[in-house]
Design a protein around this ligand. Sequence first.
Ligand code: FES
Length: 258
Amino acid sequence: MSYFQQQAKIIEKVFVGPDTFNLDLFCPDIAASARPGQFVMARVDEGLSPLLRRPFSIHDTVDKNIVRLLVKIAGQGTRILSGLSTGQSLSLLGPLGHGFEIPTNLKNACLVAGGVGVAPLLFLGRALAARGVSCKVLVGGQTATDLLCTKEFSDLGFDLGLATQDGSAGHKGMVTDLLAGLLKEEPPQMVYACGPQAMLKVVGVMARDAKTPCQVSLETVMACGMGVCLGCAVKSVSGKILHACKDGPVMDADLLWD
Ligand code: FES
């Protein structure tokens, strides 16, 4: 595994929702070698609290120089990040982990995003578009402001399906309702998904029942990000313990749920 540790300067911070922002970080070594589905570990504060690095999916890269993160404020670490300004730096370790696999003969795919789980799927979407893979993107959230990156996916020429639990945009219900219809009517060759664990399990089981390969990006707590602390263990269907940071974060759904 080849990775870099860099002091990354904040180039830009742009809020894309009430509590969600893009953070552009200048780190050429990491940006140039990053693959869709990989992540970085960021030390959000040089002080003692919070002590550990936090994992963030690589949301996008710009000009092979900049890593873009999509951050939702959800605790002390992300609140500290939201208070940082352009010109400040933070220590990044990456790119880490096992990313998405794109089969060479892939012609079409479905991307399923739950909330801020859309983060790694935009970077993946750009790679798929560059290979001419046509995509249906299903984006779900509790309410309309949770539906992120819809313009970016449209700009890539992808079809969009939206779902909100409160009905404020798109289908009223779960994003997996949309997937169920798609798998029945025009099943894709591959499903890629990221979002809450409960959503990923439903997606994985639906895809398996439809005999469609499915890769999921797990969002788990991580302390080291490098297979050392064993804090990100997940149990596979065979009983084998896997580590989200090293064996993932992208894994075949078949490995996780039967
Ligand atoms: S985060 Fe430490 S082993 Fe995975």
